[in-house]
Design a protein around this ligand. Structure first.
Ligand code: SAM
Length: 182
């Protein structure tokens, strides 16, 4: 299912008691919107991993999951290997002013999303600090809009290989086909 850019998403400082649903939703958005790996720092939460595995098994695709114990050194290594880092923050440059430049660079992209407080070091390690508008909202919304602009909407037509079921779009109700039984 490859898109034209390899994108991994890193959620900083995950805390299960505070972030369970938000981080799970960020992982689901990452998968559905074309990223190939979701990483968390903070608490290594097996619920997030299990959820991704279940969704892949049912709906297809192969998005990976990883817990990162030292996210800063992970970021530095990512850059040393030629990857680009994009940190989503309301304090950054407006997405409209940088997205074409980011898209035109073929390097693999690590997209960082935070929680309530992000260590200032991530503003420095990033190639781009990108704002999806300069108002506070949510890492899930910021991630979805960033990926959609990066892929120009093509990610919404991704076909996920494998899995057991597939939705047949319908005007009313729910139509789900078992794969291999059309
Ligand atoms: N002070 C934060 C900031 O720097 O954007 C807002 C905290 S918000 C609860 C958690 C995360 O949502 C942030 O770390 C950032 O990744 C993302 N976020 C929130 N609003 C954003 C915006 N307007 N543009 C880009 N990312 C945003």
């Amino acid at each position: 299912m490859p898109m034209e850019h390899r994108v991994h998403v890193l959620k900083l400082d995950h805390r299960p008691e505070r972030d369970k649903r938000v981080t799970t939703h960020a992982a689901l958005v990452s998968r559905a919107f074309g990223a190939s790996k979701f990483l968390v720092s903070g608490v290594c939460d097996s619920n997030i991993r299990d959820n991704i595995i279940e969704v892949n098994e049912r709906w297809g695709g192969t998005m990976d999951f990883e817990c990162v114990t030292n996210p800063l050194s992970y970021c530095r290594k990512w850059r040393e290997q030629g990857g680009q880092i994009i940190h989503l923050t309301m304090y950054g440059l407006h997405i409209d002013d940088v997205i074409d430049e980011i898209r035109s660079n073929p390097s693999s992209k690590l997209v960082i999303i935070g929680g309530p407080k992000v260590d200032p070091v991530y503003y420095k390690v990033a190639d781009y600090n990108v704002a999806v508008g300069n108002q506070p909202h949510s890492e899930i919304a910021a991630l979805a809009i960033f990926l959609d602009r990066l892929f120009k909407g093509r990610e919404l037509y991704l076909e996920f290989s494998g899995g057991t079921v597939k939705i047949i779009p319908t005007a009313r109700g729910k139509k789900v086909e078992r794969k291999g039984q059309s």
